[in-house]
Design a protein around this ligand. Structure first.
Ligand code: TXA
Ligand code: MG
Length: 325
């Protein structure tokens, strides 16, 4: 007889049912799930029968700890662990290469398997004390997904014995399904974990045929690191000299550069940025502070190179607004 149980008794009963290849309903943060031992073909067949679900629609395998993944999937890419660190437990399902331990009925004969760790105490406790659970949403095929135990009861009464009541589901729509077996990771079903959140974690993701990339660091669009007076970057000591002399009548300029650069500009105001790029990096902000306090026009040496020189020039070009002489 189908009954709704409060969590404590429900979990105990459900563990028993699962061990005997039966099916149970448990709450998750997204929607309620109809679960069975993911390693048992007999048990999983009962899910398809109770839901009236077509055999060609694969199921999600629910886990309670990351260690279980090695029994369910193989060749698990690094991206999985990067995403797991941020979104597991949570509303993100990830499609991986299937391990031979998982019966074909779970994956509808395909060679990939979907894995999710629900962010729900009851679900996690149930799985931890039984086994990974293959589980679709606990509704009749094609009907609306259930977010309360009562929704489940209306749809599936007579099809199973144990429904664990966890109250309302906090997220309320099914998990995001992300395929990591494709060249570019691809969202198969959108959910609470968005394409942008995924792209920000692993670099890029495909959704509706569109590639979404990692968001630029938000600070990049603002002008940062700017001194209070005008500043310009100089390609060479010669161009620094020309710029200095051009504006020296109306302004009080200063040249910031490495020691050899400063030596080349003769008897003009200078502030040293040290002997090499490393020292330039360590002293540039301090030099800009000093310069804006004591002068009103900054001419700063441009560095060339794609190591730290590039990082330094990223900041310097913010200070100069990219202006070059
Ligand atoms: O939030 C959820 O994901 C809920 C709770 C219970 O975890 N489960 C859920 O399961 O929505 P279901 O079966 O209703 O939807 C799973 C979706 C289906 O669209 C299915 O086709 C897809 O995930 N799916 C499962 N395994 C797959 C695989 N190996 N490759 C591609 N898609 C897969
Ligand atoms: Mg469903």
């Amino acid at each position: 007889m189908t009954q709704i149980y409060e969590p404590k008794i429900g979990i105990e009963k459900a563990i028993d049912v699962i061990k005997n290849d039966g099916i149970v309903v448990f709450p998750t943060e997204t929607v309620y799930g109809l679960g069975a031992n993911a390693f048992s073909e007999t048990a999983v067949a009962k899910i398809f029968k109770a839901k009236g679900r077509p055999q060609d629609n694969p199921l999600i395998v629910h886990i309670s700890e990351l260690g279980a993944v090695s029994k369910i999937a193989k060749n698990v890419p690094k991206a999985f662990f990067m995403l797991a660190e941020k979104f597991m437990p949570g509303a993100l399902t990830i499609v991986l290469e299937k391990s031979d331990n998982i019966p074909d009925i779970v994956t509808a004969g395909g060679n990939t398997v979907a894995v999710r760790m629900p962010n729900h105490k009851i679900a996690l406790e149930l799985i931890k004390n039984s086994c990974p659970l293959a589980a679709p949403s606990a509704n009749k095929s094609k009907h609306i997904s259930p977010t309360t135990a009562e929704h489940v009861y209306e749809d599936l009464v007579g099809e199973l014995d144990v429904i664990i009541d966890g109250g309302d589901c906090s997220v309320g729509i099914e998990s995001t399904v992300l395929d990591l077996t494709t060249d570019v990771p691809t969202i198969l079903r959108p959910g609470a974990v968005t394409a942008q959140m995924i792209a920000d974690t692993i670099g890029e993701v495909l959704q509706n045929g569109k590639v979404i990339k990692v968001a630029k660091s938000p600070g990049m669009k603002y002008q940062h690191y700017a001194p209070k007076c005008d500043a310009v970057q100089a390609n060479s000591a010669l161009s620094a000299i020309a710029e200095y002399d051009r504006c020296a009548e109306s302004k009080n300029p200063v040249i910031l550069g490495l020691d050899d650069f400063c030596a080349e500009v003769g008897q003009r105001n200078t502030l040293s940025l040290g002997a090499n790029a490393q020292e330039y990096m360590a002293s540039v902000y301090n030099a800009l502070h000093t310069a804006e306090r004591n002068f009103d026009y900054i001419i700063i040496q441009k560095l060339y190179g794609d190591g730290i020189e590039d990082s330094i020039m990223n900041r310097v070009s913010k200070a100069t607004g990219g202006r070059e002489v």
